[in-house]
Ligand binder design. Structure first.
Ligand SMILES: O=C(O)CC1=CCC(=O)O1
Length: 92
């Protein structure tokens, strides 16, 4: 199943600098592992925003939920999930 996910990051300005750096490092590793495994198909920056638009291909809602709850930045994110269906005019 395909899902578009928008993640907006709201890191508290007073977050401890070491915790911030460790969380960002862990987020990058987590995201890159899921891209390498093939579940995280696209990861795009929303221009001008501390947000991304991602596409996941996963077995279902429960798997996507597990992935999102596992994001190191999850406590600092607003997340919107859109299930995707094939568009009748799509050629690929
Ligand atoms: O910077 C972001 O958009 C948050 C994020 C998700 C995966 C990642 O590496 O950073």
């Amino acid at each position: 199943m395909l899902f578009a996910v928008q993640m907006t990051v709201n890191l508290p300005p007073d977050l401890d600098a070491d915790l911030r750096a460790a969380t960002l490092t862990a987020e990058k590793e987590y995201a890159q592992e899921l891209q390498q495994s093939g579940e995280w198909l696209h990861l795009w920056r929303c221009a001008g925003q501390y947000a991304n638009l991602s596409v996941f291909e996963v077995t279902g809602n429960d798997r996507l939920n597990d992935i999102l709850w596992g994001l190191p930045l999850f406590p600092y994110m607003d997340i919107t999930v859109t299930p995707l269906a094939r568009h009748p005019s799509a050629i690929r």
